[in-house]
Ligand binder design. Structure first.
Ligand SMILES: CC(C)(COP(=O)(O)OP(=O)(O)OC[C@H]1O[C@@H](n2cnc3c(N)ncnc32)[C@H](O)[C@@H]1OP(=O)(O)O)[C@@H](O)C(=O)NCCC(=O)NCCS
Length: 158
């Protein structure tokens, strides 16, 4: 089982490499957007390390239920009265998929929501991952385009 640990600023170059192996061009966020999320809510920046390399990551933070968090935002701010934990990004390096590595990271995020007494967890499922999230107990609330032109689903897990 791969160890999940909090991310540090020095992990961000590896986060960018994992991101590039996991997402189509229009989803790619700049290092500033990751640095902002890490800075805003450090416990929600999680990585999985194998053989000394970062092979997967998850970013989550408190948020407002019903809202999709902006992509590419270097000035992201947290709401004053959050009512959900928002999973902003989950990626497993292409050569390490298919072994359930993501489950440890998702479980860690759900644990954060429970400890913070947030009654829901939400996310935008992109790249046809709606069935993957459904397996983790998320249900589609609505369809949306995210970013514009790309079909996605806003999903919630009570
Ligand atoms: C989605 C992702 C995080 C899953 O990571 P993973 O740890 O390799 O997950 P696994 O392949 O081991 O999948 C776990 C289970 O979910 C299923 N699954 C994985 N991706 C799926 C998908 N897109 N649709 C339906 N089921 C999926 C697998 O079949 C597997 O089922 P099993 O337990 O019966 O074998 C990974 O594929 C990834 O990084 N994708 C690119 C980035 C991305 O789109 N992230 C989600 C953004 S919202």
């Amino acid at each position: 089982m791969s160890p999940v640990r909090p991310l540090r600023p020095s992990d961000l170059p590896e986060v960018l490499r994992v991101q590039r192996s996991a997402y189509a061009e229009e989803y790619l966020e700049p290092v500033e957007a990751f640095a902002r999320k890490l800075d805003l809510f450090p416990p929600g920046a999680l990585g999985a390390v194998e053989d000394g390399s970062l092979v997967a990551y998850l970013f989550c933070h408190p948020w407002t239920l019903g809202e999709a968090a902006p992509l590419h935002a270097a000035d992201l701010a947290l709401p004053t009265s959050p009512d959900c934990l928002y999973i902003h990004d989950l990626a497993v390096r292409a050569d390490r998929r298919g072994r359930g590595l993501s489950a440890d990271l998702v479980d860690a995020a759900l644990g954060i929501a429970r400890r913070m007494d947030l009654n829901a967890c939400a996310l935008v499922a992109v790249q046809l991952t709606e069935p993957f999230w459904a397996r983790h107990g998320f249900r589609r609330d609505r369809r949306l385009e995210y970013p514009p032109g790309r079909a996605a689903a806003y999903m919630v897990r009570p």
